[in-house]
Design a protein around this ligand. Sequence first.
Ligand SMILES: [Fe+2]
Length: 438
Amino acid sequence: MARALVCVCALICAAAAASVPPIGTQPEQVHISYPGVKNSMVVTWSTSNRTESVVEYSLWGDALFRKKAKGNYTVFTDGGTEKRTSYIHRVTLTDLRHGSAYVYHCGSDDGWSDVFYLTSLNESLSFGPRFALYGDMGNENPQSLSRLQKETQIGMYDAVLHIGDFAYDMHEDNGRIGDEFMKQIESIAAYVPYMTCPGNHESAYNFSQYRYRFSMPGHTENLWYSWNIGPAHIISFSTEVYFYLEYGLDLLFRQYEWLKKDLEEANRPEQRAERPWIITMAHRPMYCSDDDRDDCTRFQSYVRRGRNDTTPIAPGLEDLFYKYGVDLELWAHEHTYERLWPVYDYKVYNGSFEEPYVNPKAPVHIITGSAGCREKHDAFIPKPRSWSAFRSTDYGYTRMHLINSTHLYLEQVSDDQYGKVIDDIMLVKETHGPDAWL
Ligand SMILES: [Fe+2]
């Protein structure tokens, strides 16, 4: 009898022990972003238990971790059935020497991350930053990931732009897919600013996974913001406000008013002289020639022309961007790569027949949504319209080099062809702003 009682007790104890989740004070999913304030960088990470939020860092070559910065955490509860909770830590480093390499780790006395390195933003207007840009990369089938990890670690990029659609999807399996994806990109995002915009795959629970996990400039929970780097003013915004009206039509109008104000400010003569390139990034394109009947395949696409089924009528963005002389518009969503001729209102405005991208008379669009995800490739319609200049269904991503105030270089890398550059252009603009269209 006594032996039987011991056995029952052991079983109960074992069951109780098995139901206790592991303690998670170890930092994971480390990533950095530029907060839009000079000499600063934000370090963001997650723990599943409550800890302090500390970054220890030092200039490359100095004794390790001579400096310490403290921040705080946000408690994030996923919207799924398990209501999983995690702690999203944010620490802003504010005293960085510009353009300098630092070594850092993050965490607390309850556990420290691996050691990473970052380079603070070079604040010079003559800085020529290099970017990797792509959208639509998932936890499963992330074809471009390993090449991007390696290229980041050997110093090919100063920043990465992820143009919406992460993980497929971050909320799935009660947020575990998001955790896993953030771990996958740590070997990129812990080293260079990982700048983002939301896509349709982030829509669950009112985009909460996206809003909580990232730390972009401004105070819009990463939905729309702008920042400056070298000779460029980069604007990130949400195309999803045109599609998920259940989360508030007011978001669409607030964003539109903000875009107008931001573009006005960026176009003040002294401002545009300093940062002549205005580049936008957002998820769903205004134009595309894929065969999937997405919004961009329609002449009256919401992003381009707005919506007339709302009260009041929602304005589109093509006229606004044209009016303020946006130079380059970066998009994703279509799981392909497509480069457009300079285009406005469905008409091509090349600089000249011989040199279409030298002093073009309309914005240039690039669609780069082929980084790789479980949904695989999209396909194109057989006969594209006149504004489509180059198309590829290869998995891959885009590199962008802002050489100086007049020259911007873009090239497309094919992962299917082992890193081969399959397309490239030099965009040359001797005049920026609306006067460039004359
Ligand atoms: Fe998408």
